[in-house]
Design a protein around this ligand. Structure first.
Ligand SMILES: [Zn+2]
Length: 151
């Protein structure tokens, strides 16, 4: 189904586009979560949601500005585990997601770098955070790596 963006939506987008660069770089970035309770990464849309499956494989879905899942196009995502067991995961297209061909190292509490490229020729945007997998004890109900609770 095709929907035309309304003027109101366009104005909202413009307002956001103007407001965002004004934020201080060193300000702690708030974590946002996607529909599956994964960590929504701050790229231009479509934005990737980093999500770890029960078998420890990584699954990334992309959301457009309206929060709808869009199939990955030319995006390339690499996940690097930087703990004692270093591991680099490549993600491949599978349905409307990019999934890793191998699982993350066992356990959690180690650092991750998620590299997102708009296409194979683009420079990567790097997202670093600690992978803590248990469900947050607060109100968000997400895994800790995607916890959106205010402290
Ligand atoms: Zn939380």
């Amino acid at each position: 189904m095709k929907t035309k963006p309304t003027i109101q939506a366009l104005l909202t987008c413009l307002a956001l586009a103007v407001a965002l660069p004004a934020m201080a770089d060193d300000e702690a970035k708030e974590v946002e979560a996607g529909e599956r309770g994964g960590r929504l990464l701050a790229t231009e849309s479509p934005r990737p949601e980093f999500f770890v499956e029960k078998d420890h494989t990584v699954s990334v879905k992309f959301y457009d500005a309206d929060g709808k899942v869009v199939a990955p196009a030319d995006q390339q995502v690499t996940v690097i585990a930087t703990g004692d067991e270093k591991k680099k995961l490549q993600l491949e297209k599978k349905g409307d997601a990019l999934v890793s061909t191998e699982p993350l190292p066992e356990g959690d509490g180690y650092g991750l770098v998620v590299q997102v490229r708009a296409d194979a020729d683009s420079r990567p945007e790097n997202f670093r955070f600690t992978f803590v997998n248990h469900i947050c004890g607060g109100t968000c109900g997400n895994p800790e790596y995607a916890c959106t609770c205010d402290e």
